[in-house]
Design a protein around this ligand. Structure first.
Ligand SMILES: *Cc1c(COP(=O)(O)O)cnc(C)c1O
Length: 367
């Protein structure tokens, strides 16, 4: 294998993985731990895979300090399917309040309307999804079955730095959080949460598995039309093996969880993520307007950093020069335009430093 460094990959998801995880998966591809089988070839009910899945689940519980009254489920369908699976399980056909802060929560509201009476409790659409609506202004309904928020808007680069305390806002509803693009990048205050879900392909591993962490009292209320494989109680009662789970994606997730523990856990990664984000935003803000980051400072994501060049005719040159120095997939989402740097857990500080060097050099040459 080549000893030169791999390029730094700023993709929003599927996204970069720790190199050591990829190497370990490669080593174990043909023969996992002397079993004579690769992980993809194992029965999901055999002792080898059961041990892989149980360790992944318990490592995740430790990393995120998930309390005993929450169940951890490994499901399929990704974040988008959860937009339907959550209302099928939690809405009881009643009221659902959604806070719209960007493209992902907008999709959640739209999908939930097929199953429940959905109301938008607050929205930042008027300012182009660049701010966080103050929880004190949210229009929460009495008796709502849950309140949905996307705690990190991957496309617009908006992140909740503290979770809303619904009880303090006069609501008894459980909080549902879509944390697909920042799970494991920071700790979670479970006292404020009813259910958290996350697709794997941003901060957990390979696409194909969705992690759902749900408070036990929310199980067992699915609508009659809910598919059995998507009924949280059925999935929980069968330890995520009601149907064949996405075995290889669970295995990769388990390797990533071990990697996170070896880095010092979520708090160590959080400190690193704060430093990475500080470096990148400082370079953008310090560019005398050559680059423009439009998200309000208190709402800026540590994971996804959208920005624009003042002179957008330089976009292609910027991306080409980035690629030449081994900085990949910086193009912004088509609905926003400009650039976006996704700097998930697996992006090392050196990757962000290399991007900052590119930002500075490019501005010097073209400013
Ligand atoms: C990527 C993403 C999703 C969608 O995930 P899929 O696996 O494509 O369904 C949902 N929510 C957020 C916040 C995301 O970043």
């Amino acid at each position: 294998m080549s000893t030169t460094r791999r390029p730094f990959n700023f993709a929003p998801g599927p996204a970069t993985l720790p190199e050591s995880v990829l190497r370990r998966a490669a080593e174990e591809m043909l023969d996992w731990h002397g079993s004579g089988m690769g992980v993809m070839e194992m029965s999901h009910r055999g002792p080898e895979f059961v041990s892989i899945a149980e360790k992944a689940e318990s490592d995740l519980r430790t990393l995120l300090a998930v309390p005993a009254q929450f169940r951890i489920l490994f499901m399929q369908g990704g974040g988008l399917a959860e937009n339907a699976i959550v209302p099928l399980n939690l809405s009881r056909g009643g009221a659902v309040d959604v806070v719209v802060t960007g493209a992902w929560s907008q999709k959640s509201a739209k999908e939930a309307r097929r199953y429940a009476d959905v109301q938008v409790a607050a929205s930042n659409e008027a300012d182009g999804h660049t701010t966080l609506p103050d929880p004190a202004t949210w229009q929460l309904r009495r008796g709502a079955s849950y309140v949905h928020v996307c705690t990190n808007e991957t496309i617009h680069g908006i992140e909740f730095n503290t979770l809303p305390d619904l009880k303090a806002l006069g609501s008894d509803a459980p909080l549902v959080m879509d944390c697909s693009s920042h799970i494991l990048s920071r700790s979670i205050d479970w006292s404020k949460v009813g259910l958290a879900f996350a697709g794997a392909q941003k901060n957990i591993g390979a696409a194909g598995v969705t992690v759902v962490i749900v408070r036990e009292d929310l199980l067992g209320h699915a609508l009659a039309a809910c598919p059995s494989a998507f009924d949280y109680k059925t999935v929980a009662d069968n330890r995520s093996m009601f149907n064949t789970p996405p075995t290889y994606a669970i295995y990769i997730a388990g390797l990533v969880f071990e990697w996170i523990a070896a880095q010092g856990g979520v708090s160590a990664l959080e400190a690193r993520n704060i430093e990475k984000a500080r470096l990148l935003y400082a370079a953008l803000d310090g560019s005398d307007g050559f680059y423009d980051c439009r998200v309000a400072k208190n709402a800026r994501s540590r994971m996804n950093v959208p920005f624009f060049l003042r002179d957008e005719s330089l976009n292609e040159a910027f991306l080409a020069a980035a690629k030449d120095r081994g900085l990949l997939q910086l193009k912004g989402h088509k609905s926003v335009g400009g650039m976006r740097a996704s700097i998930y857990n697996a992006m090392p500080l050196e990757g962000v430093q290399a991007l900052v060097d590119h930002l500075n050099d490019f501005a010097r040459r073209h400013g």
